[in-house]
Design a protein around this ligand. Structure first.
Ligand code: IP8
Length: 247
């Protein structure tokens, strides 16, 4: 089973609110279509927000730990993410990929410790039925805090754990984690390897950018790859492009 995250910054124009990067999304959908035609099965797709969701969350002061008790605020973020999800689904459906949505707001929550609880029976059953479940960063209920943001990266980590993923891929705007000379770091086995080169993300990102991605992936048993859109097809075909994260 492969868990693939399409970074929000890849499929949207992150500098302009609620703007798709149509060409990039088409390319990602082409790569997924090609991989499925080549016999890849059991694929779960997760996408981030990019210019959808993050701006709304930021305006309402909502993060992964600071919640809201206002339905309007929660639905503002959730609605933006559902809009982007619909774009992703439609590009996949146009290519006869049997993509269906799974909205975390309706299925997941954070417990008293703030830990993500994500039931995966639905995703598993969809996979058995030959579907490609497509999840997304979203709002989720949070014990004691109303509703907070859940990032696509958190969902990837939880799906990979629960469904025992064989491969995890994060398709990013960069060809991997870059070192101080902008060269791709081949392999990361501990956060300290890259702590001094992972700065904060430039644009509004309430869920922490590359540093959070690396930290989340380091907690997983399975090997993960961070790579650019040019390498999406090769990742889906079994190669390990970009940066490999393996603790
Ligand atoms: O772009 C968070 O997903 P991410 C999306 O994967 C929201 O961090 C709701 C801000």
């Amino acid at each position: 089973m492969i868990v693939l995250k399409l970074g929000g910054s890849v499929i949207t124009d992150k500098e302009r609110p609620e703007t798709l990067d149509g060409e990039a999304l088409e390319r990602a959908a082409d790569a997924i279509e090609a991989a499925l035609a080549d016999g890849v099965d059991d694929l779960v797709v997760v996408h981030g927000g990019g210019s959808f969701g993050h701006h709304n969350a930021s305006e309402h002061g909502i993060t992964t730990t600071e919640g809201t008790h206002e339905a309007g605020a929660a639905l503002d973020v959730h609605g933006a993410m559902k809009t982007l999800n619909q774009f992703v689904l439609s590009r996949l459906l146009e290519r006869d990929v049997d993509a269906v949505p799974v909205h975390p707001f309706s299925t997941a929550h954070r417990d008293d410790d703030g830990d993500l609880v994500l039931p995966t029976g639905q995703v598993d059953t969809l996979l058995e039925g030959g579907f490609v479940p497509v999840l997304h960063g979203d709002m989720i209920s949070h014990a004691g805090a109303g509703a907070t943001v859940v990032s696509g990266d958190e969902l990837v980590a939880e799906l990979a754990r629960s469904l025992d993923a064989k491969r995890i891929g994060l398709c990013s705007t960069v060809p991997g984690v870059l070192d101080a000379d902008d060269a791709v770091v081949d392999r990361i086995t501990a956060y300290e390897d890259v702590a001094d080169v992972l700065g904060a993300s430039d644009a509004t990102d309430v869920t922490g950018g590359m540093a959070a991605k690396v930290r989340a992936l380091l907690e997983l048993e399975a090997e993960a790859s961070i790579f650019g859109l040019d390498d999406l097809e090769s990742f889906l075909e079994g190669e390990s492009p970009g940066t490999t994260i393996d603790r």
